[in-house]
Design a protein around this ligand. Structure first.
Ligand code: AMP
Length: 284
């Protein structure tokens, strides 16, 4: 496994591989790796000659200083995990290497997708995400790039980015990897107290219940049902619950025949923010 800190060295290495017609798969991460991340790398390994993983905690996508500061860092363990699944290349740039002395996002428009859900609660988040992914795509020029459905809105934003900027990369969404009790794996889970961790399976359990209710219950009643589930919970604070069309992420009042929908949720366990989503059965 080769480790690069400098983009020019990585670009040189990749250009030699590309001359040999090697297919490049790319998995961007912020480190503190878990099995969810590794499942993306394994998908990349299956379908490419070379897998490149970046580990970079991108400052411009954080809107809360504390969240950025407390973001878990486990570099040595991350490298060990990546070695164990035969990752080829790891890119670990510094903030300066990526942003020089201008640590700011560019401004993008994604046809409204960026203003829903996470966009409402994390101001500027998707400009930050798009800025870093765009920069990485320009450095790495991957054939395929892998993103988790865990961050479904991010996946749709990245698809729009490649469409709008005409970037020659295929974006592949990968299923959410969960703990045995249903909690979606996340680097932030490491920051939960034992009590918060024990309470957190309620998030996925509630999503599953909404999925069971969707074809028999009015959407407004489902919203009330979800609100009720968290109302008296002292450990988990519901930030939003939204049912939206999968493609454009617009919130809906009724399930539309033939269209795909998803339920999205964000919950705060004190200052740890947890998100999850579920695909809803189609109304035929
Ligand atoms: P992060 O390190 O949180 O920026 O995540 C890097 C990539 O891993 C993103 O595409 C995430 O959506 C994906 N990811 C994070 N958690 C999971 C999970 N539990 N299952 C699948 N993919 C995930």
């Amino acid at each position: 496994m080769q480790i690069f800190k400098k983009k020019n060295a990585l670009i040189n290495c990749l250009s030699i591989l590309k001359q040999k017609n090697q297919q490049i798969g790319f998995v961007p991460t912020m480190g503190a790796l878990h099995k969810g991340h590794l499942s993306l790398v394994e998908e990349s390994n299956k379908n490419n000659d070379i897998s490149v993983v970046s580990i970079f905690v991108n400052p411009t996508q954080f809107n809360k200083e504390e969240d950025l500061k407390k973001y878990p860092k486990t570099l040595e363990k991350d490298l060990e995990l990546l070695r164990s699944i035969n990752c080829d290349i790891v890119f670990i740039p510094t903030v300066e290497e990526i942003y020089a002395n201008n640590v700011n996002s560019k401004s993008y428009s994604f046809d409204g997708i960026e203003h829903q859900m996470e966009g409402k609660f994390r101001d500027g988040h998707f400009d930050g995400v798009a800025t870093i992914i765009h920069a990485f795509f320009e450095i790495i020029k991957p054939n395929n790039a892998y993103f988790g459905e865990k961050d479904y809105q991010q996946l749709q934003v990245v698809k729009k980015l490649t469409e709008k900027e005409n970037l020659p990369v295929r974006i592949i969404g990968c299923p959410i990897y969960r703990e045995n009790d249903g909690l979606a794996m996340s680097s932030r889970n490491a920051r939960l107290t034992e009590n918060q961790r024990n309470a957190s399976p309620l998030i996925y359990k509630t999503l599953n219940e909404t999925s069971n209710l969707i074809n028999t219950t009015k959407i407004e009643d489902i919203y009330a049902f979800v609100k009720g589930k968290f109302e008296n919970n002292e450990l988990l604070d519901l930030e939003y619950f939204t049912i939206a069309e999968e493609e454009n992420l617009q919130e809906v009042n009724t399930i539309q025949t033939g269209k795909k929908h998803r339920a999205f949720i964000a919950v705060n366990a004190s200052n740890v923010r947890l998100i999850d989503n579920i695909s809803l059965p189609t109304n035929k």
